[in-house]
Design a protein around this ligand. Structure first.
Ligand code: ADP
Length: 265
């Protein structure tokens, strides 16, 4: 049994503009139909870049045989695409691993503050390269949960990398950690992390579908940024495994907030 809720409310600040938020706590078993669909999707997702690679190889052997500049250019594109395919295979493996793990809630005690600090250190180079700033709040709190630290690291890497990719350069990503006395949905004390970007925001019609595998709002943009379309699907399963909830809120023209709320202790 699962729960998917979709909540829309007027933004208090801008009189009329809508803030859309979506929560996904679905633990539903996957139907056979979805599984077949998924295999068809994987085949398509891998075949498209492979067809491209085969085309480039033929061009390199034929028309571009004596064109050093073209060869250089094509090889760079081919390298990027091969990297993305390799990332896709890793993401598919992570996804299937998390799905299998989902039945077992992790027992180890993990400090969410430590996870966030380590993720930010890992992403420092990427943030600088993209010319994106970070502002943090609450990272000195002690925020222990029962968790799998590798998966938690992956979860926050995915969310912060998205904020870098889609938030845009010369913007700031806001990472805030807080302790909640009683989460109304989880009905217990909780640890909450908000990852907020200052990007263009997300059209409300897309929000409920973002955690679907391979769902992308703008296919070309996602591919150009090296995306696999699996990042948020992985996030969703990691959150489920931790018995938490994911909330996506976006205000067009202002930015998006991806919040994860975990039961404490
Ligand atoms: P991808 O590899 O394409 O980034 P994800 O599963 O991580 O795949 O995200 C799915 C889609 O959700 C993205 O293609 C993008 O369109 C949208 N998205 C994710 N994060 C953000 C964000 N912070 N701002 C705007 N759009 C986002």
């Amino acid at each position: 049994s699962g729960e998917v809720s979709y909540e829309m409310r007027a933004h208090p600040m801008d009189g009329g503009g809508a803030v859309v938020s979506f929560e996904d706590r679905s633990h539903r078993e996957e139907s056979e139909l979805m599984r077949r669909d998924f295999i068809a999707n994987i085949s398509h997702e891998l075949r498209t870049p492979l067809t491209g690679l085969i085309g480039f190889i033929e061009t390199l052997r034929g028309p571009a045989k004596d064109d050093a500049a073209a060869q250089e250019r094509f090889l760079a594109i081919m390298a990027d695409e091969a990297q993305r395919m390799s990332r896709m295979v890793s993401d598919l493996l992570s996804l299937s691993r998390v799905e299998v793990d989902e039945r077992v809630r992790p027992r180890a005690e993990v400090g969410v503050e430590a996870v966030l600090r380590s993720v930010l250190a890992t992403l420092e180079g990427k943030l600088q390269e993209a010319n994106v700033g970070v502002e943090t709040e609450g990272l000195t709190l002690a925020a222990p949960i029962r968790g799998d630290s590798d998966q938690l690291i992956q979860l926050f890497i995915n969310l912060i990398e998205n904020a870098i990719k889609y938030g845009g350069p010369e913007k700031t990503i806001h990472v805030s950690l807080s302790l909640i006395e009683r989460d109304p949905t989880l009905r217990q004390p909780a640890v909450r992390v908000d990852i907020r970007d200052e990007g263009p925001g997300i059209d409300p019609i897309h929000i409920p579908r973002l955690t679907e595998r391979f769902y992308r709002i703008d296919d070309d943009r996602s591919r150009a940024k090296g995306g696999t379309g699996l990042g948020l699907a992985i996030v969703k399963h990691i959150v489920n495994r931790h018995r938490g909830r994911l909330k996506i809120t976006s205000d067009q023209g202002v930015g998006s907030v991806f919040s994860v709320i975990f039961p404490q202790g």
